[in-house]
Every structure is written in C-alpha cells, then in structure tokens.
Ligand binder design. Structure first.
Ligand code: BTN
Length: 320
C-alpha cells in the first residue's frame, strides 16, 4: 500500500522530483521509512534517482505485471477493477476458481509471472516461463445459460487477436475455437472453465496464456512468441493493459447481447473458415470444410456427404 502511494506520487509528478519530506508528510511515515521503501522498489527493478536537494524521481518502471503497474489509470469498467498479482503460483485458473467460489467479484484478474502447474485445454500442460509471458485468469459472472459459454472463449480470442494486431502490428488469426496463431504458429491459448448447474452459470474463469518475450527454445514444437515474430522485445505491461481494455469492451458487447457483432469480427480473423479441416474430439475424427461459426460458438462443417455437422469442441487440424 505504501509502495503504491509512493509510486502514485512519482507518476503524478512525471518528470519532476518529489522530496523525501513531502512524501513523509503526505504518507504519514518517517523519512527513513520512505527511504527504506525506495530501496525496496529499486530492488523490484524501479530506477529511482535521488538528489540531495530535490528529492526522488522515477526514471523508469520495470516491465513487471504487478497490480500497481497494470492497474495504473487502466480505466476499464469490469476487467481488472481488481488485480491480484503473484510472482509464482501453481495455476492462475485454479486460484481464480477458488476465489470465485468464495465470492470474489466479477472482473477480478489473477496474474502471475510464473506458473508451476499451468494448465491447457484437454488436460494438457501450459508452459509458463518466468517473466517472459502473460499468464492470467479473469473471473466473470455472466447471466447466461451454460450453452453460451463458448462465446466467452470466442470474444476472448478476438480481443487477443485484435490486441496483437493493433498493439504489436502482427497478423494474428484465430484457429477455432481459441488458439491465436501467427503464420500458423501458436502464440496464445484460452482455457475457459465454468461453475454452474444445468441451466445457470455461477461463474466463469477465463484463463489466458500468451507467449510474449519467450524464446522458441523454451516453447513446445509449433509454438512461437510475439517477440520472436516481431524481432524485438515487447513491453508486456503495455500489451496486457491494452488487452484488458479490449477484453472489457468485448465483454460489455457480449453482456448487451450483441453476439452477432462479435461473431462477425471473429469470422473475419478465422484461420479455419473455408478450409478443409480435421477435428479430433475425444479420439473420434471428423473432417470436412469449415463453413461457419454459429451463435453458440459451434463450428459448422460441410462433410463430404454434403451433410452439415455442428462441432462444439475439439482440436482442429487445417488440412488445406
Ligand atoms: C490452451 O491453449 O490449451 C489454453 C491455455 C491456457 C493457459 C492459461 S495461462 C493462465 C491460465 N492458468 C492456467 O493454468 N491456464 C491458463
């Protein structure tokens, strides 16, 4: 809390100094205590200049995904109203799920710099190298039947693809339902988990993992990262803040029932529509041409027999 207050002062003053005396008076602790906090912030990677007459000045902040940095003037309505950040955790989805079960509010984000047990879809692992990517989960409490859950995955993927395109300038596409690809290689995945009954959702946890500054050697075969594709280091902080804003916007569109608008944008960025694909669902294979995504988020395939099949989940392989 005190660190947050000190950083708040620095950020408001931007390019000018703040004296130790002013900080001490405003925060209500001694100048020695202020100095101790400044030292701690420096250890955290903040570059804070000190001048005997003028006081302290923030030169630069670290590219860390902390609640203070992410939350600073974020200005979203729902997503990230509260952010809980960890240096290390087993899985942000597990933490978000237990918090949501004990009543944590909609929009709260759990984010970690490292996950020891990151989980992917279909029981896979999600490799989460330390300080390289963004691994977070958002608690949502939409008033929808469980059948509409897939649309949450779709708009989350859309928000990610849009952020990659606009904030990083890379040609991101979405492989149904939720893989973000750049030149056919995966940079991001979404794991949406639900707590509810037959006809009612209690809460949803949308878990997002993005390879940002991760080198390819640390990633599984077929995966890449934003920095590998861009050929430059990416500010994780700026990327994630922009992603929170896009998620916030699409979630509000979703809550207003404008699913068609989401689908229209989603389809434009789909890497599977009009392609011949094979879908593996619980070891049963189905192939055909992907022709549409319906309002429940299902993929519609035209089979060789000419019949259409609705597929709600599975792993897609693009054949040609
Ligand atoms: C996939 O493509 O299989 C989905 C991957 C989802 C990974 C994220 S990282 C943050 C959150 N916590 C987890 O354990 N998993 C999700």
């Amino acid at each position: 809390m005190i660190d947050e207050k000190i950083l708040g002062f620095f950020k408001k003053r931007k390019d000018s100094h703040v004296s130790g005396e002013e900080l001490s008076r405003a925060i209500g602790i001694s100048r020695t205590a202020i100095w101790k906090h400044i030292e701690r912030l420096r250890e955290e990677g903040y570059d804070i200049a000190a001048s005997p007459h003028l006081g302290y000045k923030l030169v630069s902040a670290p590219d860390r995904l902390t609640e203070i940095e992410l939350g600073w003037q974020l200005k979203t309505e729902i997503i990230g109203k509260k952010i809980i950040s960890y240096k290390e955790i087993n899985s942000t989805n597990d933490a978000a799920y237990s918090l949501a079960a004990s009543g944590e509010a909609e929009g709260t984000v759990i984010i970690a710099e490292y996950q020891t047990k990151g989980r992917g879809r279909l029981g896979r692992k999600w490799i989460s190298p330390k300080d390289k990517g963004a691994y977070f989960s958002v608690i949502l409490r939409p008033d929808i039947p469980p059948t509409e859950l897939s649309v949450i995955t779709l708009f989350s993927s859309l928000a990610i693809a849009k952020t990659v395109r606009e904030a990083v300038g890379l040609p991101a596409f979405i492989k149904w339902p939720n893989d973000i690809l750049i030149k056919g290689q995966k940079v991001c995945g979404v794991l949406t988990e639900l707590n509810g009954e037959m006809d009612k959702v209690n809460f949803v946890v949308a878990g997002i993992g993005i390879n940002i500054n991760t080198s390819k050697e640390l990633l599984p075969e077929g995966a890449t990262s934003l920095s590998e594709e861009k050929g430059a280091r990416i500010s994780r902080l700026e990327f994630v803040r922009e992603l929170f804003r896009n998620l916030d916007e699409y979630y509000r569109i979703f809550k207003n029932g404008k699913i068609e608008a989401i689908l229209k944008e989603y389809k434009k960025l789909s890497s599977v529509l009009d392609r011949r694909v094979q879908i593996d669902y619980h070891n049963s294979l189905v192939s055909g041409v992907a022709i549409d995504v319906d309002k429940d988020g299902a993929l519609i395939l035209r089979l060789d027999s000419g019949f259409h099949e609705r597929v709600l989940a599975g792993d897609v392989k693009i054949l040609r």
